[in-house]
Write a protein that binds this ligand. Structure first.
Ligand code: 5AD
Ligand code: SF4
Length: 464
């Protein structure tokens, strides 16, 4: 029996798919090379914007013909959309057999085998492949007691199979699950549940295991990774403590962490980033907007001035740091003046790059309940393009400063293969800048190299 996982969305989903891959392999299933050949197709889904969901529903629709060829196969929807839409998925895509949320991944292999067995039984009995559908999701936040909700979002951190990763030198390690911020536009707190930090010993053991398997770069991930906090025996471990402890692990070459919430960027954390040579000097800190009134409507709990003060503090503590940002344009009621404040912030921030999103109303969020999604799509698009252009120029200016400098990179992979032989390899600096260079073959992957930068584009440095 073969399985195929289609993954969209953020790094959380990429990691979940990796864990699911390992779980399914252990349960006896084999990975399929082509989706259509698989007996089990899983969609690991994202709900952050409407567009992501629309694409999944149409992809599910296109799989009707696969179900006609493989009536005894299992089609499953996992991830955020499973938790958000629940049984509505069966209504919109009746050929789906299984809907399973991010807090139930542990139960996925046995549930798939149950479904396959039920279908096999029907096949022997020469009946149609109509079996019961399975819906496994967590409790809805606000509708149940906090402890019950937390229990229903079960953590899933199994031992990983190295072949489940696309790159054997890099791996992600989840240090916390869920989010407690409830920014008004965001669906994440309801689909990923309350914040839960993993015990530090478990995290460090996982890193050690990965390093033994040959991993050089570890990225610690969490929805608000800098809110990580674990109390035990009267001692509290924070992200900065974890960075110190993980840095001690021999064989580990580089340590990164995403995504940060602006308010938690305390001095201990910045100093740890500055003082620990293995820790990446790249900080991803979403601002979302540069306007105080918009930030208030978003319930972000900081002002634009506080965010600017944070940028200054980073600049004076870690002079070689690079900062990246997420921004939303066209949030409910965003005036030209409010948008202008975001433009100002982008100019002030001199971000390495920014991820810019057009506001997308998510049913079930506070902003959908309280405000109207009243900025026309055309205005959202214009604002998006204006910010992109300003950011592109800044990115290029920032990158040009590297021309003539020698930087150390970790070589990550092949970005091009030349017909004449030889390859273009790509790697990253400690401050997360992409560097590409030509090489005779791919033997340098996974090594640290010093490179001379000769040319710059907004997203890439070119080296010789
Ligand atoms: N509409 C548009 N962008 C959103 N994001 C989160 N929710 C929404 C939404 N409803 C963006 C934020 C966040 C990033 C992961 O996605 O900028 O930081
Ligand atoms: Fe969503 Fe805000 Fe939590 Fe980020 S911090 S996941 S934007 S609620």
């Amino acid at each position: 029996m073969q399985f195929y996982i289609e993954t969209v969305g953020c790094q959380m989903n990429v990691l979940d798919s990796e864990l699911v891959y390992s779980g399914l392999r252990r349960s006896g299933l084999e990975p399929a090379t082509h989706r259509e050949d698989a007996d089990v197709i899983l969609f690991n889904t994202c709900s952050i914007r409407q567009h992501a969901e629309d694409k999944i529903y149409s992809a599910l629709g296109r799989l009707k013909h696969w179900k006609t060829h493989k009536p005894f196969g299992v089609l499953g929807v996992i991830g955020c959309m499973a938790q958000k839409d629940q049984k509505m998925i069966f209504q919109r895509a009746p050929h789906v057999d299984l809907v399973l949320g991010p807090g139930q991944l542990e139960l996925l292999p046995e549930t798939i085998h149950q479904l396959l067995d039920e279908k096999l039984q029907l096949r022997y009995e020469n009946q149609e492949a109509v079996t019961g559908k399975k819906l496994l999701v967590s409790l809805k936040r606000l509708e149940h007691r906090h402890t019950e909700v937390v229990e229903s979002f079960r953590l899933f951190n199994p031992v990983r199979n190295p072949e489940s990763r696309t790159n054997r030198f890099q791996a992600m390690v989840r240090i916390m699950f869920g989010c407690n911020q409830f920014c008004t536009y965001c669906i994440v707190p309801s689909v990923r549940g309350p914040e839960q930090s993993r015990p530090p010993q478990e995290i460090l053991d996982e890193i050690r295991t990965l390093v033994r398997q040959g991993v050089i770069e570890i990225t610690l991930i969490g929805q608000t990774v800098n809110s990580y906090r674990y109390k035990s025996n009267g001692k509290t471990t924070r992200l900065s403590d974890l960075l110190y402890e993980a840095s001690e692990i021999e064989g580990l070459g580089r340590l990164c962490f995403v995504t940060n919430y602006p308010r938690g960027m305390n001095d201990e954390l910045l100093q740890a980033v500055r003082d620990l040579p293995k820790v990446s000097k790249h900080l991803h800190i979403p601002a979302q907007s540069g306007s105080d009134s918009v930030l208030r409507r978003m319930r972000r709990n900081y002002t634009a001035a506080e965010y600017r003060e944070l940028i200054d503090r980073i600049g004076s503590t870690i002079p070689d740091a690079s900062i990246t940002c997420d921004l939303i344009v066209g949030f409910c009621g965003e005036t030209e003046e409010e948008f202008g404040a975001t433009v100002e912030l982008v100019r002030y921030g001199r971000f390495k790059n920014s991820f810019i999103f057009k506001y997308s109303e998510r049913p079930g969020t506070k902003s959908a309940e309280l405000f109207s999604d009243d900025i026309p799509e055309s205005v959202k698009k214009t604002r998006n393009n204006i910010l992109l252009e300003i950011q592109d120029n800044i990115s290029l200016e920032q990158n040009r400063r590297f021309i003539g400098r020698t930087v150390e990179i970790l070589v990550e992979g092949v970005s091009k293969r030349f017909e004449t032989g030889g390859v273009q390899l790509s790697g990253r600096t400690l401050c997360d800048r992409i560097v590409v260079f030509d090489a005779p073959d791919d033997r340098l992957i996974g090594q640290f190299l010093k490179q001379n930068i000769v040319e710059a584009a907004p997203f890439t440095l070119f080296a010789r």
